[in-house]
Ligand binder design. Structure first.
Ligand code: NDP
Length: 455
């Protein structure tokens, strides 16, 4: 069995491990895919570190330490009682408290939360910071809900979640559908229930109550910093490059902002209803107003830009010719057919802002075509890294300036980039960011697990 999406076969010795994961987690397609992708890189490490198999590291790393599923009842504005399902998967705490976002989206299920939690373990290890990996969320759909409904939902969600989290236990943040507004309502309810102002329990907080400058921008900026290091390896920079960024949420918006600051032109962004092409360059202030303030659809962007931009509802954003593509919307949004089109149109670099947006077949195609490709667990790690910086500021009751925090973010991303390349080289696969990211993350977590014994 493989992970679907035409994935390449696993190296010898890994298939039986993968079959066990599939048998123990039936039907969890996205989780299987994330495990498969990591297992494709692991053979050289299992050979080089015999103690890993002696301590069953691979089997243990694929099994979450704790999986919590709970009912979230709340009352809609029309008086009807709504029932959603809440999740928190505390995947691995070898390096620190569980850390990872909460996603509110109707597609959320246990498989999606587990794939995200699994990826998070290695991503967090790559940042070099003392954080374990976890992820959570709900199948709640915030679209079209009033502020009061969002607040009641967040309060009910936290009324269960609060028992499982804490500064030294598990520190959630935002993800799809969870931004500053939701983190505010969640923190308020946590504070009320526990009667403690425990700022370090959540990250992504507001700037006047424990949040960190640059956290909002961090994932998008970080992805662009990582891509900049990739370009530097090729002796290039962003000056004059045409870029396509999918999504128009938190990650996409700040990727666009940083790309423009570095001299690139972003010509297209998307949401789940279609995409917008604006050859003059996406107006990022307008995009922020539409998505962050008015919470409207991308058609409002075209209305505001008049004849300068067009909205497209058929085909794919990946049909738009570009030098650099940054998928920043959601998992499996860039399939083999899209990769073929991008390669035919001359794309040179793909860096993931979203988690697992490229299918395995798309990744294989980029790699065989010589397109520089970075997996999200490396290139989008800037968000969680800045969350860890927020935790540092909370612990020391300090707050840093924007420039200082952004500098730290850039340093972290440069360091992750270096670590990917040196690890890939060390294990005989020079220049392969997938091998580098998987192995550098895995080694760090596995070594800590070996030190701590069978727990
Ligand atoms: P947001 O909710 O702010 O934005 C998500 C964007 O993606 C929206 O434009 C949304 O469009 C689009 N989208 C979501 N689902 C789909 C879908 N099924 N098909 C097409 N478009 C879709 O989320 P973020 O920007 O925070 O997250 C985007 C990605 O980045 C996710 O994969 C997330 O896990 C990852 N990520 C986020 C981090 C963060 O700090 N926020 C950190 C690291 C990774 P619409 O509004 O129409 O739904």
């Amino acid at each position: 069995m493989n992970a679907g999406h035409n994935a390449a076969p696993l190296p010898p010795g890994m298939q039986s491990h993968f079959d066990t994961v599939v048998a123990r987690n039936p039907g969890e397609r996205e989780f299987h895919q994330a495990v498969y992708e990591v297992m494709q890189s692991l053979a050289p490490v299992e050979e080089a570190r015999p103690e890993y198999s002696q301590w069953s590291i691979l089997k243990r790393i694929c099994e979450p330490e704790r999986q919590i599923i709970f009912r979230v009842p709340w009352v809609a504005d029309d008086g009807e009682v709504q029932i959603n399902r809440g999740f928190r998967v505390e995947f691995n705490s070898a390096l620190g408290p569980y850390k990872g976002g909460l996603r509110f989206h109707p597609s959320v299920n246990l498989s999606i939360i587990k794939f995200l939690g699994f990826e998070q373990v290695f991503k967090n290890a790559l940042t070099g910071m003392p954080i374990g990996g976890g992820k959570g969320g709900s199948d709640f759909d915030p679209k079209g809900r009033s502020d009061a409904e969002i607040m009641r939902f967040c309060q009910s969600f936290m009324t269960e979640l609060y028992r499982h989290i804490g500064e030294y236990t598990d520190v959630p943040a935002g993800d799809i559908g969870v931004g500053g507004r939701e983190i505010g309502y969640l923190f308020g309810q946590y504070k009320r229930i526990t009667n403690r102002y425990e700022a370090g329990v959540l990250s992504g907080k507001g700037l006047t109550w424990g949040g960190s400058l640059v956290r909002t921008e961090a994932t998008g900026y970080g992805t662009v910093f990582f891509a900049q290091s990739m370009l530097k390896e090729k002796g290039q920079d962003f000056g004059g490059k045409k870029v396509v960024v999918s999504g128009s949420g938190n990650v996409a918006i700040y990727a666009v902002e940083k790309l423009h600051q570095l001299g690139a032109t972003v010509i297209a962004v998307s949401d789940s209803n279609g995409y917008v092409v604006d050859e003059a360059g996406i107006d990022v202030e307008l995009l922020k107003d539409i998505k962050e303030v008015r919470r409207e659809r991308l058609t409002a962007y075209v209305d505001a830009r008049g004849g300068n931009a067009r909205h497209v509802t058929d085909g794919s954003i990946w049909d738009v010719p570009c030098d650099v593509a940054l998928p920043c919307a959601t998992q499996n949004e860039l399939e083999e057919i899209h990769a073929k089109q991008l390669v035919a149109n001359g794309v040179q670099l793909v860096a993931e802002g979203a988690n697992m947006p490229c299918t395995p077949a798309a990744v294989a195609l980029f790699q065989s075509a010589g397109v520089a490709y970075a997996p999200g667990k490396a290139s989008n790690a800037g968000g969680v890294a800045t969350s860890a910086l927020e935790m540092q500021q909370n612990a020391s009751r300090d707050s840093w300036e924007f420039d200082e925090t952004e500098e730290k973010l850039e340093e972290i991303m440069t360091h992750i980039h270096e670590r990917c390349l040196t690890t890939a080289e060390e294990f005989g696969d020079p220049g392969n960011y997938v091998t580098g990211a998987n192995l550098a993350g895995y080694l760090k977590v596995a070594d800590a697990m070996v030190s701590m014994g069978v727990i």
